[in-house]
Design a protein around this ligand. Sequence first.
Ligand code: FAD
Length: 350
Amino acid sequence: MIVENNVPLQPYNSFGIVARAQHLARITTEADVAAVLNAAEWREAPKFVLGGGSNIVLTGDVKPLVLKVEIKGLKLIDDTPRAWIVEAGAGEPWHDAVEWMVRHGYPGLENLALIPGTVGGSPVQNIGAYGVELQDRFESLDAVDLETGRAFTLDAAQCAFGYRDSVFKHVRSGPNDFGLASRALITRVRFRLPKPWKAVAGYLDLERKMAETGNFTPSPQDIFDWVCAIRRAKLPDWRVLGNAGSFFKNPTVTAEQCADIIARDPKIVHYPMDDGSIKLAAGWLIDACGWKGKSVGKAGVYERQALVLVNRGGNADPVTGGEVMTLAKAIQTSVYERFGIRLEPEPVVV
Ligand SMILES: Cc1cc2nc3c(=O)[nH]c(=O)nc-3n(C[C@H](O)[C@H](O)[C@H](O)COP(=O)(O)OP(=O)(O)OC[C@H]3O[C@@H](n4cnc5c(N)ncnc54)[C@H](O)[C@@H]3O)c2cc1C
């Protein structure tokens, strides 16, 4: 295990923000984590775990030791009458892992195709798209406690998955609290892919694809291809126009709050939830406040989807994390002033 100094992080974050890691260690095996924790120089040092950098905003050079997870490996570890269980190294690129599973005949994650980032980043915010969330296909994960060096395994209940949320996003605030933010390095993730496979195609865009193609019994490969095509048409390619995907979570409100907003804005996009609350489309709220296509410095709001903040400076003169957060705060203020709703950012601010 080698610790590199003064490492440029621009290639390692999807916004393309310029920043440096004062120290960075590449973690390619579980033994590399142990080596870091056994090194007197690094044992007590603050640490930041980096996957694909597709859900972070870097606001300056990173002082904690960056542990860049590059653990590889994809294999079928169990094949039961009810499911395929596939294990993936946390450093595998997420999309490549999904493609591998579909190609090898272990379908179930095709709705989550083309999401940037790594396998290890996927449980952190319980990634979701086109009607499937990671928790729907999750079996268990292995991780290392960066404070004690202890390796442990968590099942879905222990991960406490929620909407873009998990135990990995919460800071432990007391002895009985299980928050693992900044504390766990996920090394491997296992997926439970149910048999018989059933298409999840109830999402409007996928229904449109079925109608367009006349294919009402899509295969896993069809869904995979459709999701890729839909995403390419809707979202900017972060390699061309830096971004971190959806910048804000969709807020939930009570039925009364929603009725109050509808009285003022009848067109508001809203989805009733099973628990009686109502989920609002954050992109619609931002658009309604007139932000689509606007910029503050080199931080912009994407023309085709107001939920995506973009780097308008490119790689040569990129946006700074400060500019992104200034724009995000301005959007939060105007949405709050108009609708009384506080938008919560999705990416991790570093
Ligand atoms: C164009 C675009 C589209 C996107 N679309 C979606 C979408 O449809 N749905 C969705 O849910 N998300 C989406 N995202 C967000 C992002 O892709 C996911 O959140 C992804 O899972 C982040 O993984 P990562 O490896 O890049 O994590 P990073 O950005 O590197 O890290 C994010 C957080 O996870 C932690 N982390 C990362 N790896 C590990 C690990 N091995 N162990 C412990 N902690 C770790 C980091 O410390 C950090 O706190 C999109 C992003 C972009 C740029």
